[in-house]
Ligand binder design. Structure first.
Ligand SMILES: [Zn+2]
Length: 450
């Protein structure tokens, strides 16, 4: 009896302790989520005030006041003057304390490396660019990237305050592990621990993503139409063709990180055009920059395009940009070539619009330069082949982000979004900063060093 009673008592006690722990965990989860929501709202809109925050994050006034006070004492947000009064005392405007730390963005493209350092508001303070060949492999390219980062940090003079690093590469990335997986144009990079290498070197959490996702993220964070749209499809058409998806204001990567990788989908018009991925008939192989260069060269060789023939005679080559320049001079063959590319891209976009029903489609990459010759054809293909309901609220625009800064801007915002997300914030808030804690980028707490 006695033993039984004790046992029953212990079980009840255990249950009570369990409930208390559960309650404590729930409260702390709510607290962190509230802190992250307030922080995100302050980060993403200028001149945020406490009354607006209350509407924005859907928490009560006193809870918002508490979270704001907590973030202020943690040194993450601060006063930024007073907002407009709505009758009573003018509300304080809040801003992220941008100067509290730095984030590093690294944009690796096929032929170019851009490294930028930004403050915690995502404002680029400086960027350096260098020509690289991604085919030289990860060690050569990342050694160059590290040299540029070191130069930057030295010029700023605050090496210890790197809070986070975002990196983009021109190939498929497994987001969870921060590794490229079987990237078609990046020999030697398959499963290379890009994220972990930079995280360890700078003692800061790092994240790796593919370049198109980062362009979509840059668009989302810098284009007011994109942040208002919530459901955005971003397509980059350049040498590579790919898409990035934003769902309800957040980048959607799919199960493994490859969502939006549409460049290597076979299309009926693809025929036997050989693609750099090794397959034939890919969208990229017939509508991307390589196709423009190849077909443009053919038009020059056969003299169907006098403008491109002149370019070839002068420079010995035909680049995608030369096709656009020839079209601008009124060359009919070059115009027809751009129209064909636009038609093929538009066909793919019609499928994506039907599948996903975005309210904003942004087109970026080298194609932006050819806007006058492609936008109407892309629109036409989308509207002709999509259901009216799918396009009734659809806005289509060309990206206005500068070509050389889009990737690095996205990389910086990747680092900021991740480091301020509820799950990560919970892991560093008590320490005051994520600097010196590279392991918080990984999902597995066990990887934390003793
Ligand atoms: Zn392909």
């Amino acid at each position: 009896m006695r033993t039984g009673a004790t046992f029953a008592y212990s079980r009840q006690k255990f249950r009570m302790v369990g409930q208390a722990q559960h309650e404590e965990k729930r409260v702390s989860t709510e607290r962190i989520e509230g802190l992250a929501a307030v922080l995100t709202a302050v980060r993403n809109s200028e001149g945020m005030t406490q009354p607006r925050l209350t509407q924005h994050v859907g928490l009560g006034r006193s809870v918002v006041a508490q979270r704001v006070a907590e973030l202020e004492s943690a040194g993450l947000i601060t006063d930024d003057g007073y907002g407009p009064s709505t009758g009573g005392r003018a509300p304080r405007r809040l801003r992220i304390r941008a100067e509290a730390g730095y984030v590093v963005g690294v944009d690796i493209t096929a032929q170019r490396l851009v490294v930028g350092v930004a403050d915690l508001a995502g404002t680029l303070l400086a960027q350096l660019e260098e020509v690289v060949d991604v085919a030289d492999g990860p060690d050569a390219v990342l050694t160059t990237a590290e040299r540029l980062i070191d130069d930057h940090l030295e010029s700023i003079g605050r090496i210890a305050r790197v809070w986070a690093i975002g990196i983009g590469v021109p190939g498929p990335v497994e987001f969870r592990t921060g590794q490229p997986v079987a990237p078609p144009i990046m020999p030697g990079w398959d499963r290379y621990p890009v994220r972990d290498r930079l995280a360890q070197r700078y003692g800061a959490p790092a994240w790796l993503d593919n370049d198109v996702n980062l362009l979509a993220l840059a668009e989302l964070r810098t284009n007011p139409a994109a942040s208002a749209a919530r459901n955005m499809l971003y397509m980059r058409a350049d040498v590579g063709v790919g898409a990035g998806l934003v769902v309800k204001g957040e980048l959607y990567r799919g199960a493994n990180g490859s969502a939006g990788d549409i460049g290597h989908v076979a299309i009926p018009e693809g025929g036997d055009a050989i693609c750099r991925c090794g397959n034939t008939g890919c969208l990229e192989a017939v509508a991307g920059g390589a196709a423009l260069a190849r077909e443009g060269r053919m038009l020059a060789d056969t003299r169907q395009s006098p403008a491109l023939a002149a370019t070839l005679a002068e420079t010995g080559t035909v680049r995608p940009l030369d096709v656009t320049l020839a079209a601008e001079k009124g060359d009919p063959a070059a115009r027809a070539l751009l129209q064909r590319s636009a038609h093929l891209l538009g066909g793919m976009l019609a499928t994506l619009v039907s599948f996903y029903n975005p309210n904003l489609l942004v087109i970026g990459g080298g194609i932006v330069r050819a806007r006058a010759h492609v936008l109407a054809a892309i629109r036409e293909a989308i509207y002709r082949r999509s259901l009216p309901l799918a396009t009734q609220d659809l806005r289509i625009e060309m990206s206005s982000l500068p070509d050389d800064l889009g990737g690095v801007t996205g990389a910086v915002h990747l680092a900021l979004d991740e480091v301020f997300s509820p799950g990560r914030l919970a892991r560093w808030l008590d320490a005051g900063s994520p600097a010196g804690q590279p392991y918080i980028a990984t999902d597995d707490m066990l990887e934390r060093p003793a």
